[in-house]
Write a protein that binds this ligand. Sequence first.
Ligand code: NDP
Length: 283
Amino acid sequence: MAKSPVLSGKAFAKEVRRNLADEIKLIVDRPPGLAVVIVGDDPASRVYVSMKEKACGKAGIDSSVVRLDESVSQKGLLQEINRLNEDPSVDGILCQLPLPGHISANIVASAILPEKDVDGFHPENVGRLWRGEDGLFPCTPVGIIALMKHSNIDIDGADAVIVGRSNIVGKPMAALLLREHATVTLAHSHTSDLKGLCRKADILVAAVGRPHFITRDFVKPGATVIDVGISRTDDGLVGDVDFDNVAPICGAITPVPGGVGPLTIAFLLSNTVKAWKRVGVVS
Ligand code: NDP
């Protein structure tokens, strides 16, 4: 059987980042600025923040990291965000998740000015996304749509099934696929006959967080399979899709690592440049 094309998010992300760096070089007054707030000492969060800092440096974006102790109060964190909201050299703000249990991620997301909300979690940006308006939208789903378009995957008219309904991945993915005229089903842990549903999908997006949850019998031959999941196991980073057994039957597939992960950072940089330009965003 012919091998399915592997959609290299890594190669595409590199191209996106190079184009952004070229665009930023032409900026004459001041470079775009991104502030990343990290609370506590979660090792995975530290790695993500340092990856974001490095990527900003390479692209020519000024990044700063605000490190707050695990014990900071919600009020203390909101004061810090207000300070960044008012800082004219900061175009984009993100607060690295997860936050400690005593802090509400929703309240924090709502405190970041919508025009600086490069994660796209502010209710105004969520509303703009569902209303079909321009705004800042979550980086992972934005990156997935861009990769599919770049790879000439037909979205218009496709049956898309997303497994996972988080605010970070599943729901914005649904809104963005809908905008591209797919017929979208959002599945979750209460969905009945998940396997049967997935088998009908032309585009199957897995955002569950369970290693190799999507096996070959979930996949319609010829489907595009997008694996968002990242789980750390003794064998390294593992996706939600049983890649070795699914890849031979599908039309296209993203690997883990090297698939969706690199897109998230590339489109964070893209959102920061967009915030700097204030494209379509009310200030
Ligand atoms: P969440 O834990 O917030 O959401 C997981 C979703 O999976 C929930 O909607 C849950 O359903 C659903 N789910 C869990 N078990 C089942 C099941 N047995 N059947 C059907 N649905 C199920 O995760 P996130 O959306 O934040 O992340 C998902 C994965 O993507 C994680 O591995 C995460 O690390 C990864 N990720 C990767 C990114 C990247 O850049 N590549 C970026 C963001 C996330 P219910 O709502 O009913 O509980």
